[in-house]
Design a protein around this ligand. Sequence first.
Ligand SMILES: NC(=O)C1=CN([C@@H]2O[C@H](COP(=O)(O)OP(=O)(O)OC[C@H]3O[C@@H](n4cnc5c(N)ncnc54)[C@H](OP(=O)(O)O)[C@@H]3O)[C@@H](O)[C@H]2O)C=CC1
Ligand SMILES: O=C(O)[C@@H]1CCC=N1
Length: 264
Amino acid sequence: MRIAIIGTGNLGSSIAKGLIGNKSYTSLYLSDKNTANVDAFNTLENVTVTNDNLLAVEQSDMIIFALQPKHINSVLESVTHLITDRHTVMSVAAGVEISRIEGIVGGDKHIIRVMPNTAISIGKSMTCLAANTVAQDRLVLAKDIFNQLGTTMVIPEEQIQAATVICASGIAFWMRLVRATTQGAIQLGFEAHEAHELALQTCYGAASLLKESGKHPEEEIDRVTTPSGCTIEGLNEMEHQGLSSSLIKGINASFEKINQLKKN
Ligand SMILES: NC(=O)C1=CN([C@@H]2O[C@H](COP(=O)(O)OP(=O)(O)OC[C@H]3O[C@@H](n4cnc5c(N)ncnc54)[C@H](OP(=O)(O)O)[C@@H]3O)[C@@H](O)[C@H]2O)C=CC1
Ligand SMILES: O=C(O)[C@@H]1CCC=N1
């Protein structure tokens, strides 16, 4: 598969790292106004780092537009004359609907919205996909590629905004929880690096346990909370202070914001 990434900022460079780590391409074009994030990849076989978006589109079949919503229209307009039936246009831009992309490149073109998170750089992304009518048959190929970089789920386009909040923003939410746990551990006397390791491995263990056992979180929580013990004491205080409520409210605030982006 000949892949191009246009926009090699935070997410574009993360996707590039994941693809390179996995060699999931026959050729890879990485195009940006400023290629600093990916210049080091230019020496790799079958990887071309360039400032020329047109060249990247011409030389590729699958094009991942990893641009901020404010830039995507102008970049799509500048390459639309080169987009043909062989191309699959992929966009990761939050809040940018397929209809908006169709409005620029044409409703007869293959378009897939892809919503990964930055863990794609290490092959551990949760990536949601939604395609326009013409691109339904290309979802298999898209899944093949992104499954090599984590896990995928094909969802209706109407759910992509929610998936953005839960998975793409969500990775930041989880990291903040790790950080908060670290701060608590430092207060209890651990050195910062120790506190970080304790928080991180415990978080990793919790996610792995749920994933591998398939159990409901409360079932596993019940196994930890000794009657009259310290775990239930801590959990109840966290709930009195609004832990679950705070997370749910944050997710809803994030969702309201992404729906505003959609209207811009
Ligand atoms: N960051 C994340 O974790 C996630 C981001 N997204 C979405 O991905 C998109 C990209 O986000 P992110 O990577 O954080 O943003 P960045 O700003 O880090 O990356 C965008 C890149 O595109 C470049 N660019 C701008 N104009 C052009 C152009 N004409 N030609 C080529 N490159 C250009 C920018 O250059 P310059 O800086 O010079 O303008 C920048 O390097 C956004 O739409 C965001 O909603 C989705 C999921 C997760
Ligand atoms: O914060 C944002 O708007 C983008 C989309 C999800 C992650 N980053």
